[in-house]
Design a protein. Sequence first.
Length: 277
Amino acid sequence: MDNWNTIKKTGLHTNLEQKENKKLFFLVAQPRSGNTLFTSIMNQNPEIACTPNSITLEIMKDLFLLKETDVFKNYPDYNSLDNVLDSVYVNYYRDWPQKYIIDRGPVMTKGNFALMQKHFKKPFKCVVLLRDLMDVLASYMKWYTENPDAFPNKYNCKNDEEKLSMIMNSKGAIAKDLEAIKNSFNYPEICHFIKYDDLVQNPEEEINKVYTFFNIPYFKHRFFDLDQVQVNGMGYNDSIVGKNMHTIKTNEIKKEYNPYIEKIPKRIRDKYGHIRF
C-alpha cells in the first residue's frame, strides 16, 4: 500500500494513464510537399503534436539490426529485444503533453510497414501528402538558389542537373518517401491522401477531412497569420541543412507560380517527369 501511495504521489500512475490515452498517427510525404505547412496548421490545436522528421523509425531499425550482431547471436534473447521494439513509440512520446501525435517518417515503405505490423501492435492511420515530383524539384531549385548555404551547394556539383541528381540519390530522403507513397496506395483503408494543390487552395476543407479520417474532435484552425513550426518549444535547426528549408509564409496560404519549374534540366525531366500524383 505504501508503494502504491508513493506511485500516486509521484505522478507515475497519471503518466501511465496518459500513455494509454495517447493516439498515434503518421505523416508520409516527400520534402517540399507541404509538410511544414500541414504541421504548422495542425499544431495550432493544443491537443496535437505533429512532428518534424522523426527518428522513431530509425530507432526501431537500429534495434532490429542488433539481431544480426555477434553479441546478440551469442545470447539470442528475442523476446526481450522484441519487448523493447514494441515499446519504442510509447516510450519516445511518453512525456509529450499532447493527446494526439502525428509522427512524420516513411512508415509505409514495405520494410518499415512490416516492422510496424510486427511491433506497433495495433492498427494505425496515416496521412499521405502528394505533390508532383517536378514541382518538388522546382521548389528545391528555388530554395538552394536563394540560399547559398543550402546543402546541395556544399557538394562538388557543377550545375542544376548534378544537384538534382544528388537530391534524387537512391539512398536519399526523396527515394524513401517515394517508395513509402507508392506502397501506401496498396492500403487505402489506413491512408488518407491530400494533394498539395488542394491543401493550399482549400486548406480548411482538407484539414477537416483529416479530423474526420482520424475520428478525433474538430478544432477551429486559422489559415492566416501562421506560426513557424515549433513542437514543445523547439523548432527546426536549419543550420544543418540550409537556411529557410522549413520556413513558411505566415501571412496567408496560397499557391504561387514557381518559375524554376521551367528551368529543370531536360535529363532530369526525362528521367523523373512521369512521377505525378
